[in-house]
Ligand binder design. Structure first.
Ligand code: NAP
Length: 481
């Protein structure tokens, strides 16, 4: 099946931080792909901006080099046409130089998007200067990257800085997990099928496991990461968002505020987490490979590169159902999934077959996006009645063609910005609510002076994380299994 591409209206997109890693690795190749498939119109303009002093030709050459590295399958003639829509204007976001040149590069009659692919300390200043120099029109949108704050106070300050110049409906806070095809499919699965919703509650669901495992280390982001850790870098945003989509009530319609209202209710229902329900870890040095503390250059670091939590939602639907969240670096495999474990049948009619394993619905985000339902069937053949587990497996690539899973999350999200659809972006109150839940948990281990446990590189995390699950008589799904 070939995906249907609906072109967006012409736009001017100003990309602040255009020479940086994210812009060169994800955003510009993503825009190129949307151009290649015909979604980005031929008369759209991309204006790159950063402090580096260069002209548009030099910037286009930089993009060519990045495409060769990060999207080598590009078509040369299409790239030439794409680059003819790209220019560069040097601007110091924390000063006043360059803004009038930027103003001259913009057209009066098209959608404007300002994408802030820069550190959060620049967000408020850029918003302020866009306003002061008359670049922000009522039809403009401003897009900000993670991290959206370090805690509740800083998230509030960021919100205030942005809202002083833009209306909430113009602000797009990116969580790229929400742009993943399978994450959106979770909503389709739940709300476009009548099969699951009647079972989607504490009567039928035993527990939920959400895992985002990485094999990489801190990858040159050591200084930032050591101030952040897995709780701030992954749980507060990505895993909480996945939890929201899994646990939320059906919105009255698929519209930005209807969806986001329901997500905020989930975050507000998150209960405080007890110390015994938290397992933090740091990967250790081994076999001549540096450990976490070496990679961040801080021998005394107490920051976690792994965390597992048992979380409860205080509402009717999920009373008594634990949600186990786990994420970490240098683990056995790169794997992200949501696994919904259904309760065992109340009574087994099959003697001598051992315990039944129950149905598990797995929503795979990466690798190989898709959905699997573990079911129990009879082992084929004569010789007694034996049961085995089999997976009803749907790989999106197999079922729908490679196109269905190809677009990167960023491509989808940037096109949504141009369309003015905020459904897959975090609202300001949502980001603040997540910090309000996270802050006391972090404060708790800081007050206690807790040290993360050590874990082996290439493992599933520290022993403490296994114990957290075993205590409840449950097991984690195997990472890389
Ligand atoms: P980066 O590689 O350090 O790039 C930063 C960019 O900002 C450069 O283009 C830099 O260019 C520009 N810049 C810095 N100070 C500036 C100023 N005063 N005025 C104008 N431009 C300025 O950072 P990055 O990795 O691309 O990340 C950008 C943002 O996205 C960060 O907030 C990061 O946390 C977030 N993010 C990144 C990733 C990722 O995979 N990289 C993923 C998720 C979120 P000049 O030095 O030429 O000014």
């Amino acid at each position: 099946m070939v995906s249907r591409v609906i072109p967006v209206n012409p736009f001017d997109l100003v990309l602040f931080g255009a020479t940086g890693d994210l812009a060169q690795r994800k955003i510009l190749p993503g825009l190129y792909h949307r151009f290649e498939v015909g979604q980005m119109p031929e008369d759209a303009c991309i204006i790159g901006s950063a402090r580096s002093d260069m002209d548009s030709d030099a910037f286009r050459e930089q993009i060519r080099a990045s495409m060769a590295e990060f999207a080598p399958e590009f078509k040369k003639d299409v790239l030439d046409r794409f680059l003819s829509r790209v220019s560069y204007v040097p601007v110091d976001a924390s000063g006043d130089a360059g803004w009038s040149d930027l103003a001259k590069a913009l057209r009066p009659d098209v959608v404007r998007a300002f994408y802030l692919s820069v550190g959060p300390s620049l967000f408020s200043g850029i918003a302020h200067r866009l306003n002061e120099h008359g670049l922000a029109t009522p039809d403009s949108r401003i897009v900000v990257e993670k991290p959206f704050g370090h805690d509740l106070a800083s998230a509030k300050a960021l919100n205030e800085g942005l809202r002083a110049c833009f209306e909430e409906h113009q602000i797009y806070r990116i969580d790229h997990y929400l742009g993943k095809e399978t994450v959106q499919n979770l909503m389709a699965l739940r709300f476009a099928n009548s099969l699951f919703e009647p079972l989607w509650n504490s009567t039928h669901i035993d527990h939920v496991q959400i895992t985002v495992a990485e094999t990489v280390s801190v990858e040159g982001r050591g200084a930032y990461y050591d101030q952040s850790g897995a709780m701030r870098d992954m749980i507060q945003n990505h895993l909480v968002q996945l939890l929201c989509l899994t646990a939320m009530e059906p919105p009255s319609k698929f519209a930005p505020n209807a969806v986001r209202d329901e997500k905020v209710k989930v975050i507000e229902a998150l209960e405080p987490v007890e110390q015994k329900d938290i397992a933090r870890g740091q990967y250790r040095a081994e076999h001549g490979q540096g450990g976490y503390v070496d990679h961040v250059g801080n021998p005394g670091s107490r920051t976690e590169s792994f965390i597992a939590l048992k979380v409860h939602l205080g509402n009717w639907r999920w009373a008594g159902v634990p949600f186990y969240l786990r994420t970490g670096k240098r683990l056995r495999a790169r794997e992200s999934e949501i696994a919904v474990f259904f309760r065992d049948p109340p009574h087994t009619i099959f003697p001598n077959v051992g315990p039944l394993h129950g149905n598990v619905l797995v929503i795979r985000l990466q690798p190989d996006e898709g959905i699997t339902l573990r079911t129990t069937i009879k082992d084929p053949g004569p010789g007694g009645f034996r049961l085995s587990d089999v997976a009803l497996d749907m790989s999106f690539a197999d079922a729908l063609g490679v196109e269905a899973s190809a677009p990167d999350a960023y491509e989808r999200l940037i096109m949504d910005v141009i369309r003015g659809d905020q459904t897959l972006f975090m609202r300001g109150d949502e980001a603040e609510a997540a910090w309000a839940w996270v802050d006391p948990i972090i404060q708790g281990w800081e007050d206690r002076g807790d040290r993360p446990a050590r874990y082996d590189q290439g493992s599933s995390g520290p022993e403490e994380a296994l114990m957290l699950m075993h205590r409840d008589g449950r097991r984690w799904r195997q990472i890389g299994g």
